[in-house]
Design a protein around this ligand. Structure first.
Ligand code: DC
Length: 247
């Protein structure tokens, strides 16, 4: 059986013979970074601009978290959580701007966005069995995407696609990230205080960066962008210029 790298290499060699396009065929773009750094907004923009599949890997961890809570699974129990991640059916449907997350066929796009599900996702993502199941699925989805994919998460450039064509690590000061997350939540009518958002971001940062399996780290070859003082447009222009210049 081919490994994912071999199958990707073969598909690349085949696609290399296709007519020249303005970017690499089957391109993989990895965007990693902490919560609230702008990964999903920029991932969607890049995917749309380049006609690539967009994969929000955090949404997959959130969907497993929601499933576990609904099933009454003990989220601290690694065996029970591994079983839950293995049995659950998660799919991502639609274009980058309107990505729907389906959990066993049910649209949970809204339900997975609560701060509680975010915290639970951060807890269950520490289990190696859960990560293994989701990483495998992410590789399949990325490899099978027709022209390539933009994936955003915490371990894309380090673990999921270490050979990604482009790796970005987006970061921002904790206060800037908390403020953005708070404004997003407020716009959606979720009543949370800025203090609580700051506290939640700090807890998640700590857990995501210190877990044993695939902690949030910067890949050696990633382009690091601090978005604290930058507008989305500015960050986008910088990223797209890099992708287009390094064909
Ligand atoms: O990006 P997000 O806030 O939706 O992610 C929710 C949690 O999922 C995050 O706290 C850590 C985990 N996660 C992960 O461990 N690896 C990824 N590739 C994506 C998310």
């Amino acid at each position: 059986m081919w490994t994912w790298t071999e199958s990707r290499l073969r598909s690349r060699l085949f696609k290399r013979s296709l007519p020249e396009r303005n970017f690499n065929p089957d391109m993989i773009i990895a965007i990693d970074g902490p919560s609230g750094a702008g990964k999903s907004t920029l991932g969607k923009r890049l995917a749309k601009e380049l006609g690539l599949l967009y994969l929000d890997t955090g949404a997959m961890y959130r969907a497993v978290a929601l499933y576990a809570v609904r099933q009454g699974t003990d989220t601290a129990n690694k065996d029970e959580m591994t079983r839950a991640a293995d049995e659950v059916e998660i799919s991502l449907k639609g274009d980058p701007e309107n990505l729907a997350v389906l959990l066993n066929g049910e649209d949970v796009s809204e339900a997975i966005r609560t701060p509680e599900v975010g915290q639970t996702a951060s807890v269950i993502s520490t289990h190696t069995g859960v990560r293994r199941a989701l990483v495998e699925r992410q590789r399949q989805l990325g490899d099978n995407a027709e022209d390539g994919a933009v994936l955003d998460g915490r371990d894309i450039g380090t673990v999921v696609f270490p050979n990604a064509d482009h790796k970005f690590f987006l970061t921002a000061k904790p206060e800037a990230r908390a403020k953005r997350r708070f404004e997003e939540d407020a716009a959606k009518g979720r009543a949370v205080s800025l203090e609580r958002t700051i506290d939640e971001i700090a807890k998640r940062d700590q857990r995501d960066a210190t877990r044993e399996d695939s902690p949030l780290t910067i890949a050696e070859d990633a382009v690091v962008i601090d978005t604290s003082e930058m507008g989305i447009e500015e960050v986008f222009e910088r990223m797209i210029a890099i992708v287009r210049s390094e064909r």
